[in-house]
Design a protein around this ligand. Structure first.
Ligand code: IMP
Ligand code: MG
Length: 179
């Protein structure tokens, strides 16, 4: 399927829809093997992880439910200030559940380390992190994801759920945002 017309021709494709789909299928198979015979809560971080969660969930052949967390960062522009605040907590109990926190990008790690504390306070049985993209060069706190789609250098990306000032989330591929 072709991309919708872009208002900004300066976007450069990093991963195509097909490349993402293939990788997400692999991650789904891995999760299915790791949690064979068990139930799962897929806990998405709004809004960036929605598209990834929707595809990953359908690549997992297990009894899985969805829940969502939302955070707001006090920063503006393309990078977060690192000061994060929870704006939506989970709806269902995570006590003794297998929880996979699903995030779009693991960047400085500040958001995910904050969310890890939030989720662990709900006393899950197992806690794992799935990040579609990992930018290890940007890390400021020690945290890693258990399931990573692609490891990328320190470049700002949009599409497949990821935004710049709320735009580009509906692009089917992942793009580098030019200066
Ligand atoms: P962290 O707290 O620095 O790890 O920030 C993670 C969050 O920053 C992600 O959930 C994204 O919302 C956002 N972010 C970091 N890098 C990018 C990017 O390249 N494009 C879009 N959003 C990004
Ligand atoms: Mg985000």
């Amino acid at each position: 399927m072709p991309e919708p017309a872009l208002p900004q021709p300066g976007l450069r494709q990093l991963y195509s829809q097909q490349q993402i789909a293939a990788r997400v299928q692999e991650l789904g198979s891995q999760v299915t093997r790791d949690f064979a015979g068990q139930t799962l809560v897929l806990l998405g971080v709004l809004k960036g992880a929605c598209v990834f969660l929707a595809d990953l969930a359908r690549a997992i052949r297990l009894d899985a439910t969805f829940d969502f967390l939302a955070v707001a960062s006090y920063g503006q522009g393309t990078y977060s200030s690192g000061e994060v605040r929870l704006t939506k907590d989970v709806d269902e109990s995570l006590q003794d559940r297998n929880v996979i926190l699903v995030e779009d990008i693991l960047d400085t790690g500040l958001t995910l380390s904050y969310l890890r504390t939030v989720v662990l306070a709900h006393h899950p049985r197992v806690f794992k992190i799935a990040a579609l993209l990992d930018k290890p060069d940007r890390r400021r706190v020690p945290i890693s994801a258990d399931y990573v789609g692609f490891t990328i250098p320190d470049q700002f990306v949009v599409g497949y759920g990821m935004d710049c000032a709320e735009r580009y989330r509906n692009l089917t591929g992942i793009y580098l945002l030019g200066e």
